[in-house]
Design a protein around this ligand. Structure first.
Ligand SMILES: Nc1ncnc2c1ncn2[C@@H]1O[C@H](COP(=O)(O)OP(=O)(O)O)[C@@H](O)[C@H]1O
Ligand SMILES: [Mg+2]
Length: 493
């Protein structure tokens, strides 16, 4: 059933016609799982949603509160309400928040004390995007995640050993609801957990754990950008908090993540705040300000966009000694906000490639394994050696080369069985580099997903998608999933 919330005429219609009669049933929430107009201390919520039946409204320490919904009138701008919603999520320790005025529809996800925008679309797109919305905040999906977390918690408290339960989603489970409820809400303190237990449950890192991976080869067209955007999506779908930094002036990653939807350069909102600004200033343009949530993957991924101006700025930046260190410093400032940062690089032995390799902990070298790309490997090794010399001067450990990623590999059976193993052997014997076990084959879907478009009114606008959002069952999606698992295994300290 399609419903267009943009037709709602006032706040009451957004609440009743859209949220109550369309959205909550469409997301699978029976009427006994949610409450309207709830007062909790000083907080007044439009809707408070639980993963399971909760009638009458009772809040205990382990109540499976999953979602706060705030509905506004169609004429109200949502921006001023975002801060309030963030506060509600943090104070009530609720993992998801939804803010809508019928025209604009935004979902926020909380990790510890940080709240990120993870989905946004126009009201009229809600019906069409329901599968993605359900994957994030559907009732069944929430229940599954909660079960996984409860099992995790039980295993940890019984064994005190790492749990075998896979991390379905990092979204913090509710721990102690830090609220002073009013009369109508009963409270129970019977099973209040210690703060330590709840913080381990919500995955608040004690020390910065962010790992930074540069994806680099000095040859173009070998699959660097394709690797960056889809590996990032694979990590995001596995529940990691991911940041992408585009350091290539061609801005292909910026495009492939959906940040360049404008048709006319007059609408270019990236030129005033991008990676050039970030690298040019030590004191201004922190990552939090420059990164934008990119909708090519659901949940969204933060991307620091590149711009063609990066090319013109190379000489100016090269003259500044500190330009090589600024990215390290700015990444350190967000070390608690992300689990993994992936940096895309230009196909050159340029300053930007150097900056990426200086800032990263790890390197992946995508290659089609053809003779030209192979010859380039000596250049890559030379740059890594150079960069390691520089890193040593600053007491930074050497860059760890995770390996060459065979990408754009032909699916021809004869090639796979005969030529491919020999090409892999050549890399290992002649260049002394390991080839990763995961392979990325040349497949149509992978080239197509970044070229997806959507129709807005009369216009066909770019709407690139990750392979997981474009075709989750495709072989390419499975290949990137395998790659993410392999890389995760290698970067776990
Ligand atoms: N595995 C693949 N299968 C099909 N097409 C691919 C694959 N990898 C990359 N491509 C296509 O090849 C071109 C170059 O890839 P790209 O990732 O942009 O390389 P680079 O960043 O190294 O220049 C793009 O058009 C991309 O869509
Ligand atoms: Mg590229």
């Amino acid at each position: 059933m399609d419903f267009n919330p943009e037709k709602c005429r006032n706040e009451t219609e957004v609440e009743s016609k859209f949220v109550v009669h369309y959205l909550l049933p469409a997301l699978g929430y029976p009427p006994d799982t949610w409450h309207q107009e709830v007062s909790l201390g000083s907080i007044r919520l439009d809707f408070l949603v639980f993963a399971v039946q909760n009638m009458p409204l009772t809040i205990r320490d382990n109540s499976p509160l999953v979602l706060v919904i705030e509905a506004k009138g169609p004429k109200q701008n949502l921006a001023p309400h975002v801060r309030k919603l963030r506060r509600y999520l943090t104070e009530l320790q609720v993992p998801y928040g939804l803010l809508t005025n019928g025209k604009d529809f935004r979902i926020f996800e909380r990790h510890g004390s940080e709240t990120h925008l993870v989905f946004r679309c126009r009201g009229l797109e809600v019906s069409q995007k329901l599968p993605q919305i359900k994957a994030l905040i559907g009732c069944e999906e929430m229940r599954l995640r909660q079960t996984a977390h409860f099992r995790l918690e039980q295993t940890q408290s019984v064994n005190c050993t790492p749990s075998p339960v896979p991390e379905v989603n990092p979204s913090p489970m509710l721990s102690v609801a830090k609220i002073e409820a009013q009369g109508e809400v009963q409270k129970s303190h019977a099973h209040r957990r210690s703060p330590q237990v709840s913080s381990s449950l919500i995955h608040l890192p004690e020390a910065p754990v962010m790992k930074t991976i540069a994806v680099y080869h000095n040859k173009g067209g070998v699959g660097k950008t394709t690797t960056v955007v889809n590996l990032a999506a694979a990590f995001r779908k596995r529940g990691k908090r991911v940041l992408i930094i585009d350091l290539d002036s061609q801005a292909n990653t910026t495009f492939a993540t959906g940040l360049m939807k404008f048709d006319d350069e007059a609408d270019d909102t990236i030129k005033d705040c991008n990676v050039v600004h970030l690298l040019s200033s030590e004191d201004f343009y922190p990552i939090r300000e420059v990164a934008r949530p990119a909708d090519y993957c659901i949940p969204f991924i933060d991307v620091v966009p590149a711009h063609i101006n990066l090319m013109a700025k190379e000489n100016d930046l090269g003259a500044l000694d500190q330009s090589r260190m600024v990215l390290i410093q700015k990444l350190a400032d967000v070390a608690n906000d992300y689990d993994i940062t992936i940096i895309d690089t230009p196909p050159a032995l340029s300053l930007y490639a150097r900056i990426a390799l200086i800032a990263a902990d790890y390197l992946i070298i995508p290659s089609d394994l053809k003779p030209f790309a192979n010859q380039g490997l000596n250049n890559v090794k030379g740059l890594v050696k150079d960069v390691n010399g520089f890193r040593k001067m600053f007491g930074r450990p050497a860059l760890q080369v995770l390996g060459v990623l065979a990408s754009k590999v032909s699916t021809n059976a004869k090639f796979r069985d005969w030529t491919l193993p020999r090409r892999i052997q050549v890399i290992e014997d002649r260049y002394g580099l390991r080839v990763l076990d995961s392979l990325i084959f040349e497949r149509e879907a992978l080239a197509k997903c970044s070229e997806s478009t959507m129709t807005v009114g009369q216009l066909e606008v770019p709407s690139p998608q990750s392979i997981f959002d474009f075709d989750p069952d495709s072989e390419s999606a499975q290949e990137f999933e395998r790659l993410a698992v392999e890389i995760e295994g290698k970067i776990r300290s």
